[in-house]
Design a protein around this ligand. Structure first.
Ligand code: GDP
Length: 489
């Protein structure tokens, strides 16, 4: 049963051909060929325009990718003598089939969930602006975790990229920073977009039509981002029509782009398949529960939320499960005939939440006789982004969650957003308990499977008075778990 990834989003040319290069491409990325065995077919269908656009992108990437003639020519623009206002001069000698290549270089920031979401939405921006996406990462994380998305080329930024040693240090003070350039009318050989939580009103002008016109003529755009910026791209007028044609169903943006871009590398695929076959494969229903708790100081700063204690988290999960028929209630008087089997995969940095739920289904039978097995792949104790083994597990767990039939997730967590988007599921989002009391209701069903852009620009373009960006169009609303956030619905 070839699933959607295989049937339409995959590289048809790479399939069924028996020559050696294609075979080695298959061996290099087993998940591309085997994921259909583990994933149910998506109930959504990509538009034919999206498929065409992806094929065009693949052609563009092959023509402009690292060390191609076009690439070698375009990196010369990064030499100090070339300024962005020189571009007209550069165009001079080009013929129409020798069209200039434009690039989007992406610098990662924050944990793996944030990285995956910001990379997918950077790719969407590249698609919209005919740029080639090149991925920078110093520790080699990308290559360790993901297959190359486009055959016969690479999305990894070359080691000898001219300004590679500057990338790590680009920040709001850099003369090339877009917000900074606007304030001081500077010019430079590339533009740096600062799209992380510290971005200011000038940096946010990136999301405006005027500014997109300016950026069109810049060969090298470098973006540091931690956010899923897709919702705000939908609010840029000049992208509106194109996006509507690409995604007639707005909530499928990350679902399709995520499944297209992020195939687990072979070592991660081993973690996923071994775990799946051991714990998930043989149950009648698979449930994913993602428990992410944050430092209260972070929550107060970011979301204006305080949690005094997290003791009530397991009870909150259970209340949410019972209310929504995700898990059966337990039976206080004796055993029941055996019913269906449910596998519950819990992911968390700590094992304490999982243990309570597991014990409950061990010590008691269930009212409907369902047999509930509860397990957790890892409990890493803390976030160790950059540590290979840790990151592989994190990615494997997001992927395993995405293979379940029903999902309960934690608020504010991009880790959970990735799982729900890849799965194609609208999760139940927990309400985190305050003061050891289970909230009522304990959770909310998500409006859509899309990730939330947690900190979007709130001001209108050109620093007009505040507008409610969540009320401008019917398909963009505020997030269930972040009232200032934006998500596609
Ligand atoms: P967010 O902070 O929840 O938005 O998610 P991120 O993925 O951006 O950052 C959290 C990081 O902490 C993850 O990438 C992991 O490194 C680690 N982490 C958090 N929750 C889990 C979990 O349930 N399992 C594992 N293996 N790692 C986790």
């Amino acid at each position: 049963h070839p699933d959607l990834d295989e049937r339409v989003l995959d590289f048809t040319s790479a399939k069924g051909q028996e020559d050696g290069s294609q075979k080695s491409y298959a061996k290099d990325c087993l998940s591309r060929y085997e994921s259909a065995l583990y994933r149910k077919e998506s109930p959504y269908k990509p538009s034919s325009y999206l498929i065409t656009k992806l094929r065009q992108y693949e052609t563009l990437h092959k023509r402009c990718g690292p060390y191609t003639e076009s690439y070698n020519r375009t990196i010369r623009k990064l030499e100090p003598a070339h300024l962005t206002h020189d571009h007209k001069h550069d165009h001079h000698h080009e013929t129409s089939d020798d069209k200039e290549c434009k690039y989007l270089v992406r610098i990662p920031f924050d944990g793996l969930g944030n990285r995956i979401l910001s990379l997918a939405s950077a790719f969407l921006y590249a698609l919209l602006t005919d740029r080639v996406l090149l991925v920078y990462d110093n520790e080699g994380d990308t290559a360790d975790l993901f297959c190359e998305p486009i055959p016969e080329t690479t999305w990894l930024l070359p080691q000898d990229f001219p300004i590679r040693n500057r990338l790590e240090n680009l920040n709001q003070e850099s003369p090339e920073c877009y917000g900074n350039m606007l304030q001081h009318s500077r010019n430079s050989s590339f533009v740096y977009l600062h799209l992380i939580y510290t971005y200011d009103d000038y940096d946010k002008l990136f999301f405006c039509d005027q500014d997109q016109i300016f950026l069109q003529n810049v060969s090298w755009v470098i973006m540091k981002s931690q956010f899923y910026i897709a919702p705000s791209l939908f609010l840029i007028k000049s992208f509106e029509q194109e996006l509507a044609t690409l995604f007639p169903e707005k909530e499928t943006v990350f679902h399709f782009l995520g499944r297209y871009l992020f195939y687990p590398s072979n070592p991660v695929w081993e973690l996923i398949t071994r775990y799946y076959r051991s714990y998930l494969a043989n149950s009648d229903e698979k449930i994913g529960i993602q428990v992410r708790t944050f430092d209260p100081r972070f929550l107060t700063a970011a979301f204006n939320f305080t949690t005094s204690t997290l003791e009530a988290v397991p009870d909150t999960i259970l209340a949410c499960s019972f209310d929504n028929n995700v898990l059966p209630k337990i039976n206080m008087n004796g055993s029941q005939e055996s019913g269906r089997s449910k596998s519950v995969i819990v992911t968390s940095l700590t094992s304490k939440y999982y243990e309570k739920i597991r014990d409950m289904y061990w010590e008691h039978s269930t009212v409907n006789g369902d047999v509930v097995a509860v397990f957790q792949p890892s409990s890493e104790g803390g976030q160790k982004t950059g540590n290979k083994k840790h990151d592989r597990k994190a990615w494997a767990e997001m992927y395993l969650l995405s293979l379940t039939d029903k999902l309960i997730t934690s608020p504010w967590s991009t880790f959970g957003y990735v799982a729900q988007g890849l799965a194609g599921l609208r999760p139940w989002i927990l309400h985190m308990p305050k003061d050891e009391v289970v909230p009522n209701p304990p959770c909310t069903r998500a409006m859509s499977m899309e990730p939330c852009f947690q900190k979007p620009p709130l001001n209108g373009c050109k620093m007009r008075t505040e507008v409610d960006t969540g009320a401008l169009v019917p398909y963009i609303g505020h997030c269930e778990d972040a009232s200032q956030g934006l998500k596609l619905v």
